[in-house]
Ligand binder design. Structure first.
Ligand code: MTE
Length: 332
C-alpha cells in the first residue's frame, strides 16, 4: 500500500515495503561475488546486514515516482560505495577542510525553510520553495561515478531529476549561455565561512548545453534517502563527467547569464582548476597526475587498488560531442 505524503512530495510506502538501503547494494555485491565464485560467505552475512539496515537512519524517501532512470549512462554496474563512506568522507569547506569535518559539523545547517531563486536571462524567473522544487519533476535514481580532482572516487546512487526539467520551466532567453549555481554562505551555521580558504559563497557554473545534458542531475537524495547535510542538503548538483568540485552543494540561487561566471575554485587557483574541469586522465593537475584514482572503500596504503581514470569519467558517449573540436588541454 502506498501512502501519499504532503510534507516533501514523495510517496512513502509502508515500512514493510521499503527496500533497505544496503539491500540492493548487497544484492549487487552478491551478483559480483557469484560471478567470482565466492558467494557463500556473502550469503551468510547478508541476512544480518539487512536486519541492521532496517534499524538505521530514518530519512527514507520511499518509492520514487520516476523510479529507475531511462537516461543513457545513468547506471554503472560497479560496486556501490558504502553509505558510511559516502556520508563521512566529504568535501564541504563551509563546514571545515578535513574530510571528516562536514559529517561532524553540518548538523547546524538548517534546510527548512529553503528557497531556491532562479533568475537572470530567463523568461520566467521564479522563487521555488524546496518542497515545490522537489515536486517539479519525477525523481529518478542514478548510480554515478564521482571522481574528485584530488584523486579519489566513489560510486553513489543519487536521487533527483535532470536539471533540464527545471531549465525548460524557466525558459532561458536566446542570449543565455551559462548557468551559475550559488550556494548558501551563512556565518551563523557554517563554521568554515570564517576561514579565507575560498571566496564565499561557493559558486560553480556550467555552459547552458552542459546544464541541459540529461546526465546533469538536480539532486535531492542519495541511497534512497534525503541528502544528509554533509552531502549538500537540501539540493545540490551532480555532474558526473566533471571533477567533483563542479557539483555545488546546498544551492540557493541559479542564475542564467551571457558571460562565463567566476567560480570559487577557479578564482582561488585558475592554473589548477579550470572552468571546464572535465575528468580527463590525459591532462595532469599541475601538482599531480590524473591518470588513476583510488576508489574509497577499496582499502588504503600500498595494497589499495588503483583504478584507471576514464575519459569524461566514463561518460564520453553521452557528453563527448559537446566538446568536439575543443582543445581539452587548453580548456581544462
Ligand atoms: N559545494 C559546496 N558548497 N562547498 C564545497 O566545499 N565541495 C565540492 C563539491 N561541492 C564543495 C561543494 C567538492 S571538492 C567535491 S569533491 C564534492 O562536492 C564532494 O561531494 P560529496 O562530499 O557529496 O562526495
Amino acid at each position: 500500500m502506498l501512502i501519499k505524503s504532503h510534507d516533501n512530495g514523495f510517496i512513502h510506502p509502508v515500512s514493510s515495503e521499503i527496500t533497505p538501503i544496503s539491500a540492493y547494494q548487497n544484492r549487487r555485491e552478491l551478483l559480483r561475488l557469484m560471478a567470482t565464485g565466492v558467494a557463500g560467505a556473502a550469503l551468510a552475512t547478508w541476512a544480518s546486514r539487512e536486519a541492521f539496515a532496517q534499524t538505521v537512519r530514518p530519512n527514507k524517501l520511499g518509492a520514487l515516482p520516476g523510479g529507475k532512470s531511462a537516461v543513457a549512462g545513468a547506471a554503472t554496474m560497479e560496486k556501490v560505495t558504502d553509505y558510511k563512506d559516502a556520508s563521512t568522507y566529504n568535501n564541504y569547506y563551509e563546514f571545515g577542510t578535513d574530510k571528516s569535518d562536514p559529517a561532524e559539523n553540518a548538523h547546524t545547517l538548517k534546510t527548512k525553510p529553503w528557497v531556491v531563486e532562479v533568475d537572470g536571462l530567463v523568461k520566467k524567473p521564479a522563487k521555488y520553495q524546496i518542497e515545490d522544487l522537489i515536486k517539479l519533476s519525477a525523481q529518478e535514481e542514478r548510480i554515478y561515478r564521482m571522481r574528485c580532482v584530488e584523486g579519489w572516487s566513489m560510486v553513489i546512487p543519487w536521487v533527483g531529476y535532470s536539471m533540464a526539467k527545471l531549465i525548460e520551466k524557466v525558459e532561458p532567453l536566446g542570449n543565455a549561455k551559462y548557468v551559475e549555481f550559488i550556494t548558501l554562505a551563512d556565518k551563523a551555521t557554517m563554521p568554515g565561512i570564517n576561514s579565507r580558504v575560498l571566496d564565499w559563497p561557493y559558486v560553480e557554473a556550467l555552459r547552458l548545453d552542459e546544464a541541459m545534458n540529461p546526465l546533469t542531475l538536480l539532486t535531492f537524495g542519495m541511497y534512497g534517502e534525503v541528502l544528509p547535510n554533509q552531502n549538500g542538503a537540501p539540493v545540490r548538483l551532480v555532474v558526473p563527467w566533471k571533477y567533483g568540485f563542479k557539483s555545488a552543494k546546498s544551492i540557493v540561487r541559479i542564475r542564467f547569464t551571457d558571460r562565463e561566471p567566476k567560480t570559487a575554485w577557479n578564482k582561488s587557483a585558475a592554473n589548477e582548476y579550470g572552468f571546464y574541469s572535465n575528468v580527463n586522465p590525459n591532462v595532469d593537475h599541475p601538482r599531480w597526475s590524473q591518470a588513476t584514482e583510488r576508489r574509497i572503500g577499496d582499502g588504503a596504503g600500498l595494497f589499495a587498488k588503483k583504478h584507471k581514470t576514464l575519459m569524461f569519467n566514463g561518460y564520453e558517449a553521452q557528453v563527448g560531442q559537446m566538446y568536439a573540436g575543443m582543445d581539452l588541454k587548453k580548456n581544462f
